[in-house]
Design a protein around this ligand. Structure first.
Ligand code: DLL
Length: 435
């Protein structure tokens, strides 16, 4: 397939030139952050690093890391590097105050983010002749807005569907002849199953490509989706902290995702020691936003376990590649594309007058995540009246939906009935085989 690029000069830039560009941007960015973000200035001062010590990418390791704990401490404005009057947007993850990430964007930040998504769309073989159905969630989640903006940049006809309402998705897809589908892989699989149930064969479906991400998915799942929808399925990676989808994207080779490293510099570190590991090592992925203005995180620890590779790619892009994330260093689960921390469930239980004795059971049935929360009744709440139990389960499920943005099925179980190993309850049973 002839390969097109959205920003050819950058995407195929020789490594040495890229390093020079990154170095120039980093020097400026460190100065910008030091001058405007007191929180990070304090971290640099504590480490004894001054902006003048950073003369290029090779000095990056001198800078302190930022972690989710820092985001928590600095919530909501502590890491903001531009006045609010220059910010035009926020996006956010779900969660309690402490866990919620609120990211800020200037118009420049939105532009560069949309460019990153546009690169992904063009790498998936699409252009202004295409009809791009965006079925990621719109709103605070970055999926909808990111791919929507990318589609506009490319000039594709954008269908801003958001997620859900599968009947309507299918109707628009068929009537308006959507050629590109953007959503989570599990939703793509679900749409595929629904089309199959309605009697559509892959050759009846107008789609030619899909851009799927926001959650882990296996190559088996990819093949399954590709077969049912008759498309080529491309992976896309990103996180709210670094703007959203498009930090990295897959090309026709489908052997890892090219990182948009002119904007996001990637390092792999040992999660225990923080030491930077050589190329090809497995470790925690760390990103430095090189030219974001409003929320320019330096050396942000993603908690994603990953490997980087600079092997030559047949698509002609020289951008470094990341493997599919291979797990996390924390307890975050991604269920139906939504980030879920066990501590969020715990917070709801305590607020609703339960003890934090619960177990989350996650599985993937027909490519769809199932999400159950078993909660022990407290002696005070104990009842054997079925209608009362159902009402309590419904009310807890509602409270969790409000906190998480997705609906668990809640089961109340007898006190002390959740298995404990060495006295400690097993909080999460994840039966999905995602890696
Ligand atoms: O999931 C942004 C996004 C939207 C990416 C649409 C791709 C497509 P968060 O909700 O902040 O942002 O979640 C970020 O999701 O640290 C990874 O653990 C995981 N993740 C994102 N993309 C992938 C992927 C969006 N392609 C967290 N494969 C990240 C595996 C992914 N995990």
């Amino acid at each position: 397939m002839a390969q097109n690029y959205y920003q050819k000069e950058i995407e195929t830039m020789p490594a040495e030139e890229m390093k020079k560009l990154q170095s120039e941007k980093l020097v400026k960015q460190v100065k910008h952050v030091y001058e405007n973000v007191e929180y990070y200035r304090n971290l640099m001062d504590e480490k004894g690093v001054k902006p003048e010590d950073i003369t290029g990418i090779e000095d990056l390791h001198k800078l302190p890391f930022l972690s989710k704990a820092d985001l928590r401490d600095a919530y909501p404005y502590g890491l903001l590097a531009k006045p609010l009057s220059e910010c035009v947007r926020i996006h956010s993850t779900s969660g309690t105050t402490g866990r919620r990430v609120v990211a800020f964007y200037t118009q420049h930040d939105v532009d560069l983010w949309e460019d990153c998504c546009a690169r992904a769309i063009v790498a998936a073989g699409c252009d202004n002749e295409d009809v791009c159905q965006v079925a990621y969630g719109y709103g605070l989640f970055t999926g909808g807005a990111g791919l929507h903006g990318g589609s506009h940049k490319v000039g594709s006809l954008t269908l801003p569907m958001s997620s859900g309402n599968t009947e309507r998705q299918i109707q628009f897809m068929m009537d308006l002849k959507a050629t590109l589908l953007c959503c989570t892989p599990s939703y793509a699989a679900y749409i595929g199953e629904s089309l199959k149930e309605q009697g559509y064969k892959p050759e009846d479906i107008p789609l030619k490509a899909g851009i799927f991400g926001a959650e882990p998915w296996t190559d088996e799942m990819r093949h399954n989706i590709e077969e049912t929808l008759g498309i080529k399925a491309y992976d896309i990676y990103g996180l709210t902290e670094t703007s959203g989808p498009g930090v990295a994207f897959e090309c026709c080779e489908q052997t890892g995702m090219h990182i948009n490293e002119d904007h996001f510099y990637a390092e792999i570190i040992d999660p225990e020691t923080g030491e930077v590991l050589p190329e090809g090592s497995k470790g925690e992925l760390v990103f430095t936003a090189l030219d974001k203005e409003a929320f320019p995180l330096l050396r942000y620890r993603t908690r994603d376990i990953c490997v980087l590779s600079r092997e030559k790619c047949s698509c002609g892009r020289t951008l470094v590649k990341m493997a599919k994330p291979m797990g996390r260093t924390d307890d975050m689960l991604i269920i139906r594309g939504v980030n879920v921390f066990p501590s969020q469930i715990e917070a709801v239980l305590l607020k609703e007058g339960y003890e934090p004795n619960y177990q989350i059971v996650v599985d993937r049935v027909s490519n769809n995540d199932t999400f159950e929360v078993n909660v022990e009744m407290t002696p005070e709440k104990f009842t054997d009246k079925v209608s009362d139990i159902l009402a309590m389960e419904k009310s807890l499920a509602n409270a969790m939906k409000i906190m998480l943005g997705i609906n668990p099925s809640v089961h109340l179980v007898a006190p002390k009935s959740i298995a404990r190993s060495e006295g400690k309850a097993v909080r999460v049973v994840d039966k999905r085989k995602l890696i």
